[in-house]
Write a protein that binds this ligand. Structure first.
Ligand SMILES: Cc1ncc(COP(=O)(O)O)c(C=O)c1O
Length: 431
């Protein structure tokens, strides 16, 4: 591969085919032209995922029966589970267990609770930039089990958390480290490999889990290589559907006493009948990423195709991020528009997902979001008056920011349109 420091765009033919696979890419559900740059709050939907779910919701048969229809549904479910565990999470066949709930937050609570109920130790470590589902789960169950709750603070310059800051909080009595894979405010990708390696130098059998809700739609996950004990994601932020959150737990967590039917095997986390229509949607998402991967590899292996596909999605997004930051001579990027503030702006785009936190000097964030909407751009403000964002934005040294989150199916022309609109707003309102 050539130098990809600044990313690499899809070729135009592939880009066009990709665009046709999404609903409402150019216009909203009322037919109004718009740029949907709020994918971190729920991403553009892949037609195939929605259609797959709808197709299987029509069939009443229980997948736990033995006639041909039921067996077919069970095969859909089994394929979906394999796709999630081995292709998306990167687990080995048979490794760990799948956790599923209605939301990724519930998954995170379930994993955190199980670890803290079972692992001895006197403290729990997390970071100040976690989503409340990871932060509060660690805090609540630490308190419930009489453990000290420790929080590694953010680095406002990068929008991430420095490895040394995390390590400073870990000791031989730490029973859990919970660190997100990428920030949902700055897009900063945390160096999980280094974090895991260095943390286990302090405590070799440390339990480590990671919230990948933000990172999963933008990059490859690898629970096996990283040696993680838990990870989660939300399909509605990953081109998919609402109504489910998925998690991986390692073998040693899977075997811990947890909520399950007594007669089921030790590693079983399925409680009730996992819905096969959701798994059909997940396989459609994996098919899509593998289809992109097929442009870059001849391998018949699904994980290899997925890794290639996701890697190129990431490179496309990196190129879009660079364009958004730097622009061109004709259309200046965010860093160069007078009156525009780019927060948490790591100069390199290499360790970032396609998210930027911005503002306009002297302009209220809610008003700015409304002004963008009036001009056909959907973005969202993460501010310190929101229960979801207060701790995070304040730990990053901000009162808030507009979060701009396009997706790989967007083009440089759309990024330029966003830049032109931003420049117009800044010209009119910056103080
Ligand atoms: C980083 C991160 N983790 C977890 C969640 C929670 O996901 P869910 O809405 O599925 O509970 C979100 C949602 O915004 C998120 O951004």
């Amino acid at each position: 591969m050539n130098d990809t420091t600044l990313g690499c765009l899809f070729d135009p033919q592939l880009q066009q085919e990709i665009r046709e696979k999404f609903y409402y890419l150019d216009a909203d559900s009322h037919g109004r032209k718009r740029l949907f740059f709020e994918n971190s709050g729920g991403s553009l939907r892949l037609k195939a995922a929605v259609e797959a779910k709808a197709k299987y919701e029509q069939i009443p048969d229980c997948p736990e029966r033995y006639h041909d229809i039921s067996m077919g549904l069970r095969a859909v479910k089994e394929k979906g589970i394999q796709d999630i565990m081995e292709v998306i999470f990167g687990a080995k066949p048979g490794q760990g267990a799948l956790v599923t709930e209605l939301t990724a937050s519930q998954v995170m609570f379930q994993i955190t609770r199980t670890i803290l109920e079972n692992v001895p130790g006197t403290n729990v470590v997390t970071t100040s930039i976690e989503h409340p589902s990871a932060h509060d789960a660690a805090q609540i169950f630490a308190q419930r089990h009489g453990k000290e709750f420790r929080v590694a603070m953010a680095n406002p310059k990068t929008g991430g958390v420095d490895v040394e800051e995390i390590l400073r909080h870990i000791d031989k009595d730490t029973c859990l480290l919970s660190v997100m894979s990428a920030s949902n405010i700055s897009g900063n990708i945390l160096p999980m490999e280094e974090i895991v390696r260095e943390a286990r130098k302090i405590k070799p059998d440390l339990y480590i889990i990671s919230d990948a809700v933000q990172h999963m739609p933008h990059a490859v996950l690898n629970v096996d290589e990283l040696g993680l004990d838990g990870m989660n994601f939300a399909p509605y932020k990953a081109f998919g559907i609402r109504g489910c959150g998925y998690g991986y737990v390692s073998d040693r967590v899977a075997k811990m006493p947890h909520d399950k039917l007594g007669a089921k095997p030790e590693k079983e986390w399925e409680l009730g009948t996992f819905p096969h229509p959701n798994f059909a949607a997940m396989s459609a998402i994996v098919d899509y990423v593998c289809w992109i991967g097929g442009y870059f590899t001849d391998s018949p292996d699904r994980r290899t195709q997925y890794v290639e596909g996701m890697t190129h999605i990431h490179l496309q997004e990196r190129a879009l991020l660079w364009r958004m930051m730097e622009g061109t001579e004709a259309v200046p990027g965010l860093r160069h528009i007078p009156g525009v503030q780019v927060f948490l702006d790591n100069p390199s785009v290499e360790n970032r997902d396609l998210i930027s936190a911005v503002g306009i000097e002297g302009m209220d964030f809610t008003f700015l979001r409304e002004e963008y909407y009036r001009r056909g751009v959907t973005v969202f403000e993460r501010v310190n008056t929101s229960l979801y964002s207060k701790r995070i934005v304040e730990s990053l040294g901000l009162t808030g920011a507009i979060r701009v989150s396009p997706l790989h199916c967007h083009t440089v022309e759309e990024i330029d349109r966003f830049l032109v609109i931003t420049a117009e707003i800044a010209k009119e309102f910056a103080k």
